[in-house]
Design a protein around this ligand. Structure first.
Ligand SMILES: Cc1cc2nc3c(=O)[nH]c(=O)nc-3n(C[C@H](O)[C@H](O)[C@H](O)COP(=O)(O)O)c2cc1C
Length: 133
């Protein structure tokens, strides 16, 4: 099933996962449409629920998009305020979707500004985060 996935891909994925950060200061130069389409496509490969449209599935979609954006050198920021806009008639009209029928989530994309320097984070270690059964 995974025959095509080489150790190099594995190493590259580790680099991208570690490089992923919230970018909240963007360059005025917008990413190319092709790059944005590639990011959206990555989101569409996320797992989805068989029966219900759960807001949780949007998180998987956004995570795929975030990792793809990182791999393209494009910054990404979650915009959770969009979740509260699912019943806002003006916002739904802007998106051309029926009001109140879809769960929403949002993100901002752009090349990181030169000044962008995400704060350092101390991540938990696996030792402290896992109880083996
Ligand atoms: C459920 C969820 C919602 C979030 N919503 C926002 C948001 O609306 N705006 C924002 O700037 N960051 C948002 N974040 C990003 C977190 O603030 C960020 O991931 C965290 O500070 C760690 O920083 P990092 O992404 O650079 O690793 C959200 C994160 C999660 C998990």
């Amino acid at each position: 099933m995974y025959e095509n996935i080489t150790p190099e891909y594995n190493a590259a994925l580790d680099v991208i996962i570690r490089a992923r950060r919230s970018v909240r200061a963007f360059s005025p130069i917008p990413p190319e449409r092709k790059a944005i389409e590639a990011i959206i496509r990555a989101g569409l490969f996320a797992p989805f629920p068989a029966l219900a449209v759960a807001a949780q599935s949007l998180s998987f979609c956004l995570q795929n998009m975030w990792l793809k954006a990182t791999s393209l050198g494009i910054g990404f920021q979650l915009v959770s305020a969009a979740m509260q806009m699912d019943s806002d008639p003006d916002f739904c009209k802007l998106l051309s979707i029926p009001c109140g029928e879809y769960a929403l989530d949002g993100c901002a994309l752009g090349y990181p500004a030169d000044t962008c320097q995400p704060p350092s984070v101390e991540y938990p270690t696996a030792d402290k985060s896992v109880s083996w059964l």
